[in-house]
Structures are given as C-alpha cells and as structure tokens.
Design a binder for this molecule. Structure first.
Ligand code: FES
Length: 112
C-alpha cells in the first residue's frame, strides 16, 4: 500500500455511475473501484483482504447478484457496501481499504 497519499483527479465523475453499479479504475498505479448505493458513492482499494488480489470477475463487476453487497470473485467473500467490512467468507471481520473522495467545483478527487 502506498503510504504517501496525495489527492488525484478521478478519471471520470462518480455522478456518472448508475445507481447499484460499480466501476473500477487505476489511480497512482493502484486499482480502486467505486460503488453507488442509495445515491451515495463509496470507494475502496480493489484488493481483497484474503489474498490481496483484485475482486472483480469481469470489468466493473464488483457486486453480488442482487447488488446489495460487494463480492470477491475468487472465493466469494462478501463485503458491506457502506463500510467495506467482510460479512461472509474467508476474510470475515476484515475490511476493504476505503478510498477518500472529495468534490471540488468542477471535478472529483480521490486520495491515493
Ligand atoms: S481472494 Fe477474495 S475471498 Fe479469497
């Protein structure tokens, strides 16, 4: 994990993510993803606490079937969208690393 974090412009606007959808991207050579749920956008490092590998099974697919939880495609760990905590699977009790977001006048930034 990069410990020398700085604010970077996001490569897209989180407002363009549809409700119940997720989107992956790279920032400062690290993979991240955003999820929109109930109008709120949540961001996390794209790294499963179990084996530190990417979560998605295909591009931009980070959610379970009913889009209520974040799902790791490797061994099925499930994470709360709101706080990134693992609620089922081999890393239960651990959490995804949150990505801090901020909105400026005409752009969005993330701390990475
Ligand atoms: S790598 Fe995610 S559950 Fe195993």
């Amino acid at each position: 994990m990069n410990t020398d974090k700085q604010w970077h412009d996001l490569p897209f606007s989180p407002e363009d993510i549809a409700e119940g959808q997720s989107k992956g991207f790279l920032l400062n050579q690290q993979a991240y993803f955003l999820v929109k749920k109930h109008g709120q956008v949540y961001g996390y490092e794209n790294s499963c606490p179990h084996l530190k590998i990417n979560l998605e099974w295909k591009p931009d697919s980070f959610l379970d079937f009913d889009k209520s939880l974040i799902q790791c495609s490797s061994h099925g760990a499930l994470f709360n969208i709101k706080d990134g905590k693992c609620v089922s699977g081999p890393c239960i009790g651990q959490s995804l690393q949150p990505l801090k977001l901020r909105k400026l006048d005409h752009s969005w930034q993330a701390e990475a």
